[in-house]
Design a protein around this ligand. Structure first.
Ligand SMILES: [Fe+2]
Length: 287
């Protein structure tokens, strides 16, 4: 039996006509202040992706326009959602080359304060990376890991043990995602450059991540990353770098192997919290 796409219930339509003048102004200001930082601190694949997408610096993009440029390059598509998408559903979207994309934008009066992702983070921070085939393949590979997790826990009869195992695997995956896709750095001939979207959409943190002596930067080590908690409400004090997206892809392969070997079953506790909705999304996939 072919399962219905679990993401379908989260997808919405982007009513572009409902954005206000202030909304577009927020986009314009966010975009214009990022441009010099992108040129200086973003990795070359991001800059190339930004060119390929032809984003309008003045206006919030129409997602269907973004997809016209994006899809032919890697098959990825941005799909509008209204808010939080549970962990399994999110990872499954990546596997299907779909990227859940928030359509709201932050308040123009508080450009720096961002408790949740918004369309600037998702479209200007993430989507340019999805134009790169090696990075896109890495996201798909990561999405496949969620299916491996489901396969591994579905035979466990004991409910408590199943939830324990799942909580640890989700936490490990969330940490890996955080330290790579959201806050990853890449070593290049010109020094460290950002490819993580949390950095690429943050005016203050992008420079801080590359230049501040307060940030520790290490080559990505899986055992460290999956056991390392993180907090989302301040600049990251610890970042990891990779050599290339092929390198990152191979690390996702290793992550999956470790999952199969049981090495994600008891990671260190702490952030991020794994909520009921995330657990339920995996439980549903086992049925
Ligand atoms: Fe993000």
């Amino acid at each position: 039996m072919v399962r219905a796409n679990p993401a379908a219930e989260y997808y919405v339509t982007q009513r572009w006509d409902l954005y206000t003048k202030e909304n577009h102004e927020a986009w314009r200001r966010l975009y214009s202040r990022m441009v010099p930082s992108w040129r200086r601190y973003a990795n070359e694949h991001f800059l190339k992706g930004l060119d390929s997408l032809c984003l309008d610096p003045e206006r919030i993009p129409r997602i269907k326009d973004v997809n016209r440029f994006l899809s032919p390059l890697t098959g990825f598509q941005a799909r509008p959602v209204s808010g939080y998408v549970p962990a399994f559903v999110f990872f499954d979207c990546l596997r299907n080359r779909e990227f859940p994309t928030t359509i709201t934008i932050r308040d123009a009066a508080r450009l720096d304060y961002l408790p949740e992702p918004d369309i600037f983070h998702d479209i200007a921070g993430h989507v340019p990376m999805h134009t790169n085939p090696a990075f896109a393949d890495t996201l798909v590979r990561f999405g496949e890991c969620a299916h491996t997790a489901v396969e591994l826990v579905s035979d466990i009869q004991d409910e408590h043990e199943r939830a324990h195992r799942m909580t640890n695997i989700i936490r490990a995956m969330a940490r890996f995602f955080w330290f790579t896709v959201e806050f990853g750095l890449m070593k290049t001939r010109d020094g460290l450059k950002a490819y993580g979207s949390g950095l690429l959409s943050s005016h203050g943190e992008l420079q801080h991540a590359i230049e501040s002596p307060d940030v520790q930067r290490y080559p990505l080590q899986i055992e460290w990353a999956i056991n390392q908690g993180f907090e989302i409400d301040h600049y990251q004090p610890l970042l990891f770098w990779v050599d290339s997206f092929d390198h990152l892809f191979s690390l996702v392969d290793t992550l999956e192997r470790w999952m199969r070997e049981g090495r994600l079953n008891d990671v260190a506790g702490g952030e991020p919290a794994v909520n009921e909705t995330d657990l339920l999304s995996f439980a549903r996939a086992t049925q």
